[in-house]
Design a protein around this ligand. Structure first.
Ligand SMILES: CC(C)(COP(=O)(O)OP(=O)(O)OC[C@H]1O[C@@H](n2cnc3c(N)ncnc32)[C@H](O)[C@@H]1OP(=O)(O)O)[C@@H](O)C(=O)NCCC(=O)NCCS
Length: 337
C-alpha cells in the first residue's frame, strides 16, 4: 500500500471513491456534493489531500481544508479535516489513522495553529490521535410573530437570493459578518470574495437538497435601510434550525433581543402565528422556557500551541469533561466540510 497526495488527474476517481465510501450513511452525500466542496473552495489544493492506494485503486482518503477561525477575538490559522474515508474492504486496519498522522505532519509543516473537524460516530478514531470534542450549546425557543421592533427603527427582514453576494452588497455583508462572528470562538473567517460567491452561495440555498424542504433559506436584515444582518435557516422535523447568524448595528440598543425580533419577522413571513427555532446559544441570552441542548460532534486539536490564543489553549488542555468547554463556541453549518 502506498500513502501519497492525490494527483489532479485522479480527482474524478476520488469523487467516486468518496461517494461509495459514504453510501451507507443516513442521507448519503452525492458525488456532486464532493465535487462542489472541492471546486467551490478557493483554497483547494490536491497537495492537502492524502490518499492510500493499493494496486492502483484508491482505498483511503483524508482532506485538509485551509481555513482561519475567529478565536478569542483573533484570526487563527486552522486546518479543517474532512473527506475521511476508507474503502469498506479495508476498514479497521489503521488506514484512516495512518492518513491522519500524515495530515498532522502536513499541518505542522504548514504552520497551522489548530485543527478542527466534525464527526458523527467516528470520534474514537480522532480521540486516539489527540482531537478533543468542544461542546456547542443550543437553545430551542418558541417565538411568536407579533413582536415589534422599537418604534424609531425600521427593521426589514426578507428572503434573499444570490444577489446578496454581488459586489454592491458583498462588502457590507462581509463587514457585518466579521464584526458579528469575531465575538465568538469557532466561526470561519470569510475574507475571500470567491468563498462567498461560490461556497456560501451554494450552501445557503443555491443548490437544492435531496429533500427540498430542507434546502437552506437565507434572509437579509436591514435596519434603517442599511444591511445589518444575515440569517440562514433550515426547516427540521421539530424546529427551524438557524444554520448561521450575523448581526451588527450600532443603531439598536442592547435592551432589545434582536434574535427574537428577527425570528419573529421570519414567522410573519411564513404566515405562522409562532414557530419553534433552534439556534446556537451564544447569539442570545437564556430565557425562561428555552430548551437547552448540546452537540459534541465538533473536535479540535492543537497543532502549534504557541500560535493558539491562551484562553482557548487552556480550555483545550484542561481535563474538564463537563458539557460546556467554551461558552462562546459556535460553528456555522454553512461552512461545514
Ligand atoms: C471512519 C472510517 C474512516 C475509519 O477508517 P479505518 O481505516 O477503518 O480506521 P482505523 O482502522 O484507522 O481505526 C482506528 C480506530 O478508530 C476507531 N474507529 C474506526 N472506525 C470506527 C467506527 N466506525 N466506529 C467506532 N470507532 C471506529 C477504532 O478505535 C479504531 O481502532 P480499532 O480498530 O483498533 O478498534 C471508515 O469506517 C469509513 O470510511 N467510514 C465511512 C465514512 C465516514 O464515516 N467517515 C468519517 C467521517 S467523520
Amino acid at each position: 500500500m502506498q500513502i501519497r497526495t492525490l494527483r489532479e488527474d485522479e480527482l474524478d476517481d476520488w469523487f467516486f471513491f468518496l461517494t461509495r465510501a459514504f453510501r451507507n450513511k443516513q442521507n448519503p452525500p452525492t458525488k456532486s456534493y464532493f465535487e462542489r466542496h472541492y471546486f467551490s473552495d478557493p483554497w483547494r489544493d490536491c497537495r492537502g489531500i492524502f490518499v492510500a492506494v493499493e494496486d492502483g485503486e484508491l482505498i483511503g482518503s483524508v482532506r485538509n481544508f485551509t481555513r482561519k477561525i475567529y478565536c478569542c477575538s483573533h484570526e487563527v490559522r486552522t486546518c479543517g479535516i474532512g473527506e475521511v474515508a476508507t474503502h469498506e474492504n479495508f476498514r479497521r486496519k489503521g488506514i484512516a489513522s495512518l492518513l491522519l498522522e500524515k495530515s498532522i505532519s502536513y499541518m505542522l509543516d504548514n504552520q497551522f495553529a489548530l485543527s478542527i473537524l466534525h464527526t458523527g460516530n467516528a470520534s474514537k478514531l480522532y480521540e486516539g490521535l489527540g482531537w478533543k470534542p468542544v461542546t456547542r450549546q443550543f437553545f430551542t425557543r418558541r417565538i411568536p410573530s407579533d413582536l415589534y421592533a422599537p418604534r424609531d427603527s425600521t427593521l426589514e427582514v426578507s428572503t434573499c437570493g444570490s444577489e446578496i453576494f454581488e459586489e454592491n452588497s458583498l462588502d457590507r455583508l462581509m463587514s457585518v459578518y466579521s464584526k458579528s462572528s469575531i465575538k465568538y470562538d469557532g466561526p470561519i473567517v470569510r475574507d475571500n470574495k470567491e468563498y462567498w460567491k461560490k461556497w456560501i452561495d451554494n450552501e445557503t440555498g443555491k443548490v437544492s437538497w435531496n429533500e427540498e424542504l430542507r434546502t437552506p433559506r437565507k434572509f437579509s436584515v436591514y435596519l434603517g435601510g442599511t444591511l445589518a444582518g444575515f440569517v440562514v435557516l433550515q426547516f427540521g422535523n421539530e424546529s427551524v434550525r438557524i444554520r448561521e447568524w450575523s448581526f451588527f448595528s450600532d443603531q439598536l440598543s442592547d435592551e432589545f433581543d434582536i434574535v427574537d425580533l428577527v425570528l419573529s419577522q421570519i414567522c410573519k413571513y411564513y404566515g405562522e402565528r409562532e414557530l419553534i427555532f433552534t439556534f446556537p446559544a451564544p447569539i442570545s441570552v437564556f430565557k425562561q422556557h428555552d430548551i437547552v441542548s448540546y452537540d459534541n460532534t465538533t473536535m479540535y486539536k492543537m497543532i502549534s500551541p504557541e500560535l493558539v490564543p491562551k484562553n482557548f489553549a487552556n480550555m483545550l488542555e484542561s481535563d474538564c469533561t463537563e458539557e460546556i468547554r467554551s461558552q462562546r463556541h459556535v460553528f456555522w453549518d454553512t461552512d461545514r466540510f
